[in-house]
Design a protein around this ligand. Structure first.
Ligand code: PRP
Length: 184
């Protein structure tokens, strides 16, 4: 466990409980995941589909460690609003324009919490005849009893705390922290 960064000006006075994953730890694991993904897709077209907004930093770091041709697109869904508990209501606000048919689709999430977001999205994407459809998540809380799909690529088994940073927000704040931390 790492001590919180003292008086980080990015926090606007909000106190951290602890830093769960520092920059170096994240960078090392993301590079490893890039290698795992490179090895898992020896052929075919790969579309890396990032779920916004939470995955934007993870995805941009991850794709630079995938050493094979790929395309990038995004999905926008929303489940949390401003609350710290998942509401279970998933709204699809943007649908990828890219054709999914016949491609390997890698759906990239920042965190799997209740799994409701993924259940909804995987069902929807599966209907579009992809060659394969897998989930890649930086963090997995392993509490998603309702999740009907395996998460093939996982960065870290996440603690059961409300986490912010490296894309994850609290009421749209703290996404820009280069580390992942829990709030006081
Ligand atoms: C968060 C997070 C995941 C999802 C996980 O997204 O980024 O996408 O919730 O929760 P679940 O497993 O309980 O469904 P959010 O809706 O907060 O949007 P954001 O990515 O824009 O922060």
């Amino acid at each position: 466990m790492t001590a919180p960064a003292a008086a980080d000006p990015r926090l606007s006075g909000r106190a951290l409980k602890r830093i769960a994953y520092d920059e170096e730890t994240i960078a090392k694991r993301v590079a490893e995941m890039g290698e795992e993904i490179t090895d898992a897709y020896p052929d075919g077209e790969l579309l890396v589909l990032g779920l916004l907004k939470g995955s934007f930093i993870f995805l941009s770091d991850l794709v630079r460690h995938i050493r094979r041709p790929l395309q990038v697109d995004f999905l926008v869904a929303s489940s949390y609003g401003d609350a710290t508990e998942s509401s279970g209501v998933v709204r699809l606000l943007y649908d990828p324009e890219t054709r999914l048919e016949g491609k390997h689709i890698l759906l990239v999430e920042d965190i799997v919490d209740s799994g409701r977001t993924l259940n909804r999205l995987m069902a929807l994407l599966g209907k579009r005849a992809p060659r394969s459809l897998e989930i890649c998540a930086l963090l997995h809380k392993n509490i998603a009893t309702e999740l009907q799909y395996e998460t093939k690529f996982v960065g870290f088994d996440a603690p059961h705390e409300f986490l912010v940073g490296y894309g994850l927000d609290h009421a749209e704040n703290f996404r820009h922290l280069p580390y992942i931390a829990s709030l006081q």
